[in-house]
Design a binder for this molecule. Sequence first.
Ligand SMILES: [Zn+2]
Length: 188
Amino acid sequence: MPVTDALSRRPRVLPPTLPLVRVGQLARGLFLADSPLYLASHWRLGRSFPCVAPLLQHCPWCAGAEKREHAYIPILLGHVGYKPTRELLELPPHVFPENPRLYGLCFSASRRSKRATVIMTIEPRPPNVSAPPPPIGSDQVLRTLAKVYALPDPAAYETENEWLLALEIRTRSPDYSPGRHNAKAALP
Ligand SMILES: [Zn+2]
């Protein structure tokens, strides 16, 4: 029997989300993107709400809540004695140089306590560290942040406009309440 309707196309594959981490006492690893993406948050009612002004041109929380700036960059996080893992690292924006080209570079970030300033050093990859995996694109970063903030998954919509409409509806809903913004601390 001739096969006329064999499956020949790979279905659309969603980019996976990444675990979100912040700097504990010390985090070391490799950057998997050239530059971070920025997303501010608002602290209200004991939770973090995303600042959606850059996406929707207005934000329901800008007028009434404190705003905190965050930078997010995909990394390969080193663990002493374990295989490195792909993570999304949350950092204060000031630790990054201007116009960075960070992919494949090594970093070491530390802070003395949870509220202390993060100090980051960036260095070329030493010859004994193997080549980094391919870069992680902004789609994966955006999907991860949408999940963190309980926003509609951008990969589930055909067009950007559909997603923005879903985002508008979700953030205007009186029932919208993002989960607690609790990135786990990276273990050295
Ligand atoms: Zn805002």
